[in-house]
Write a protein that binds this ligand. Sequence first.
Ligand code: ZN
Length: 83
Amino acid sequence: MTRSLLDKLDRIVIPKDICKALSLAPGSPVLFSVENGRVIITPEDTVCAVCGAQIPKGKSIRLCNGCIEQVAQIHRAEVAAVI
Ligand SMILES: [Zn+2]
């Protein structure tokens, strides 16, 4: 566990070893959440943009397989209604 201090503007520095472990570079978007009194920092590109489920880093679209399938089902239903 690595220690960091909150500064007077409520900022923290994410320790270098943690940035490296998460492949975070300057400018990388991250999401903050609180779970059971702990702050969770998640690289934004590893969560589904719709439901927040974890997705593999580097995936070209920020949707989980479940959300992709739901969108596909809606699309198929709309196409079927037109035909
Ligand atoms: Zn999803």
